[in-house]
Design a protein around this ligand. Structure first.
Ligand SMILES: Nc1ncnc2c1ncn2[C@@H]1O[C@H](COP(=O)(O)OP(=O)(O)OP(=O)(O)O)[C@@H](O)[C@H]1O
Ligand SMILES: [Mg+2]
Length: 378
């Protein structure tokens, strides 16, 4: 059998068949939309936020024909670019030829934009030149009210929302809050991976979005559900994975979605009929080898004290107290103050991940491949 397309995706979302679980999360997002509640969706990088958004959009289409708009603002550096991305996302959802698309084009033409298409992706591009800051704000307000007046509900997901903290405009949160809070038909999903920043935006009493949304913290996929999914996807191509091999896949990748997917993707490519522990080991070695250039890059960007600190964490797997005497002396890190300074900068660079659980907080190397590689190499 086999050689269908690899069922373990490494980016994007294709269909529910290739998407594992997240039923509870979809349900929460859905209930929020029905109840008029906006959601703040947070998780570590590569845990599956964007995938979940598209999975949820599928659900909306199937159930109520609710319109959905996805805007990724990662590349934006200011309000101009935010508006541009939002307008382009709307145009993507309401293509030119549809009645709504025509209305939207008429509406946007009022702002005298330059319009075109990306030569590579074919996606619409809109450039608006503003005469004044007021005109810009008026455009933003106009986009939201256009959507609000479509007669039906619309869900807008803004991915990498923490990006707005880097905009030079000082009043951006207040502005967005003002324009969004009185909309009747639009529900928002604000999505991001910089947990501290996101929580601060939405739960700091002094900030405009305080208490405006419900939090959804996306954790790892349930191990049992993921096991079943992996076993089935292999089985559909006539490949059997042994229990021990499956356990090793999940352990080694820490059930961190992207890393688990990557390992399964590699195994699918390597396997004929059966997957044993030995094959899993080979796949792990191969994955790490392919990622070595990235690891060397990390090493170049860090001081040797920072690099050694990462190695120490990787060797431990997870560390509860980064300044604990036992940990510091075992790896010759110096003083607790040293450990504090180094860990702060590694957290900031997203090389260390803080994991908050009910009773305790602990830390691990953020990139699971890097962690496994450091653990083996040093
Ligand atoms: N439930 C799922 N089942 C199967 N694959 C998934 C699932 N969720 C995410 N993935 C896959 O895992 C990878 C990471 O997911 P995704 O890009 O959604 O994460 P993310 O949290 O948005 O990451 P980032 O913070 O880097 O944007 C992708 O390859 C995606 O296809
Ligand atoms: Mg994402």
């Amino acid at each position: 059998m086999k050689k269908k397309n690899n069922p373990f995706l490494l980016k994007g979302y294709v269909s529910r068949e290739l998407f594992c679980d997240r039923e509870k999360e979809v349900e929460q997002l859905y209930t929020n939309v029905l109840n008029g509640i906006d959601t703040t969706l947070i998780s570590a990088r590569r845990m599956g936020k964007t995938g979940l958004i598209f999975r949820f959009f599928d659900h909306l289409r199937e159930h109520d024909d609710i319109k959905s708009i996805y805007v990724d603002i990662f590349s934006s550096r200011n309000l101009d670019e935010f508006i541009k991305l939002l307008a382009e996302a709307i145009l993507l959802e309401f293509p030119e030829k549809t009645p709504l698309g025509k209305q939207f084009l008429e509406f946007i033409k009022g702002f005298r934009p330059l319009m075109g298409y990306d030569p590579l992706s074919g996606q619409p591009q809109i450039q608006i030149n503003y005469q004044s800051a007021q005109e810009k704000e008026y455009t933003l307000q106009g986009l939201f009210s256009f959507l609000d007046n479509q007669g039906g509900p619309v869900v807008i997901a803004i991915d990498e929302f923490q990006q707005i903290s880097d905009y030079p405009e000082k009043n951006i949160e207040a502005l967005l809050r003002t324009y969004t809070q009185n909309l009747k038909n639009i529900r928002f999903i604000f999505c991001g991976s910089r947990k501290a920043m996101m929580i601060n935006i939405f739960s700091n009493v002094k900030r405009p979005f305080f208490s405006a949304t419900q939090f959804l913290l996306l954790e790892k996929i349930d191990t049992e559900a993921y096991s079943l999914f992996i076993r089935n996807k292999f089985a559909e191509s006539g490949i059997e994975i042994s229990d021990e091999a499956l356990t090793m896949v999940l352990d080694w990748s820490l059930v961190h979605t992207f890393y688990t997917q990557s390992l399964c993707n590699m195994l699918y490519y390597m396997a004929d009929h059966t997957i044993t522990i030995d094959l899993v080991k080979l796949a792990c070695v191969e994955l790490l080898k392919r990622n070595e250039p990235v690891f060397y890059q990390y090493r170049q960007l860090l001081t040797s004290a920072q690099w050694n600190f990462l190695i120490a964490i990787a060797k431990e797997g997870e560390v509860k107290q980064l300044t604990a005497q036992k940990f510091i002396s075992r790896y010759e890190i110096g003083t607790p103050a040293n450990a504090r300074r180094i860990s702060r900068s590694l957290l900031d660079k997203e090389l260390l991940l803080e994991i908050s659980r009910k009773k305790e907080t602990s830390y691990r190397v953020y990139d699971v491949f890097l962690s496994r590689w450091l653990e083996n190499e040093y």
